[in-house]
Design a protein around this ligand. Structure first.
Ligand SMILES: [Ca+2]
Ligand SMILES: [Ca+2]
Length: 82
């Protein structure tokens, strides 16, 4: 495969991976994802726990409606809903 074509393939693959992870986040059952991210099971996602998901880190402050530095289940549903 010519080098240029190979590069294009890599770009397409990268774009696909990004699209897939966004879709997974949007479609996933919020509760399951929430529990996955809530590593210490205190029913809230700290900024530290949020590092597992780039999308969550990016929206952390926005999602934290009551500004307690944690995303609780109710706040998390805002992410799942979009
Ligand atoms: Ca937690
Ligand atoms: Ca909060």
């Amino acid at each position: 495969m010519p080098a240029r074509q190979e590069r294009n393939m890599k770009n397409i693959m990268t774009a696909t991976v990004i699209a897939l992870s966004t879709a997974t986040l949007a479609q996933a059952d919020g509760t399951e994802l929430f529990q996955q991210l809530d590593a210490n099971n205190d029913q809230a996602i700290s900024l530290e726990e949020a590092q597992a998901s780039e999308a969550l880190v990016a929206q952390f402050e926005q999602l934290d409606a009551n500004k307690d530095g944690l995303i609780n289940a109710a706040e998390f549903t805002q992410l799942v809903k979009g």
